[in-house]
Design a binder for this molecule. Sequence first.
Ligand code: NDP
Length: 293
Amino acid sequence: MKLIEGEPIAEAVYRECLESFETLKEAGHLPGLAVVLVGDDPASKAYVGAKDRKCQELGMHSEKIEMPAETTQDELLAVIDRLNSDVAIHGILVQMPLPGHLDTDEVIRRIDPSKDVDGLHPVNLGKLAMDDPGGFAPCTPAGCQRMLVESGIETAGKHVVIVGRSLLVGKSLALLMMGKGKGANATVTVAHSRTKDLPCITRQADILVAAIGIPRFVGVDHVKEGAVVIDVGINRIEDPTARKGSRLVGDVDFDAVKGLCEAITPVPGGVGKMTIAMLMANTIRACRMKAGL
Ligand code: NDP
């Protein structure tokens, strides 16, 4: 069994970022990312902090905007309008999920598509569906694809089964994997909570992706011998033996299935490492596009 770790692949992405960054700097451009957080969900706060720190590590301009949970739709849209017209900002990410009273779709649609480095604006999703490389692919699916490519896992003609159909992960990854680019050309099946006899479907997968949000849901019954398993899930479970009383696990029962797999991603230390790396890569690309480089 091969362990596909996120860290070294993310590092390769950061090295590319730094190369691009130098070219941009020489031409007098500094990539800038704004991350907007509404409310004080601890997991979202941690993600936003990590994104902001990574920008600073790379020497990028970054703006972290923290807004109270009771922020109104108009207040949030006004912040997005300001960021859309700020020439120092090339990427805008609004941390999801937003508090329930806010209209997420309207917020995403308000972001200038050329700054939508999270790739969730309809223009970018449309470009993804059209195999147009000029758009931005959502970061987590792009990260999964990059992990497959860097690990030398052939995807062309392979049966990829994705469990989960969110726009953020499952549905976007399906579009990427059935595309015609590198790390694509797969035959894709997307399963979800209404899928009948899920194990029967997932056992057909050459590459099985779990993006469900249920701790250790995918077990031995779901995995064909020799499959590649990509675990997108990040779930915090209670564990009295852990220092914090809890720990992170994926959507895959790693210990149970690892013996069956040709390759598998761990949680933590797998796909999660890639998401921020792809966000940085998208932001630098947004800056290059704006600069015409
Ligand atoms: P969502 O809750 O938006 O989507 C979950 C999907 O799983 C839905 O399509 C749902 O089906 C499906 N599902 C739920 N229960 C079952 C079931 N019993 N059988 C089959 N399918 C089921 O979650 P996300 O896509 O946003 O996230 C999924 C996981 O990935 C989470 O653990 C999240 O924390 C993690 N994540 C990790 C990231 C990273 O950087 N590594 C980034 C983003 C997410 P239906 O549509 O029918 O409800």
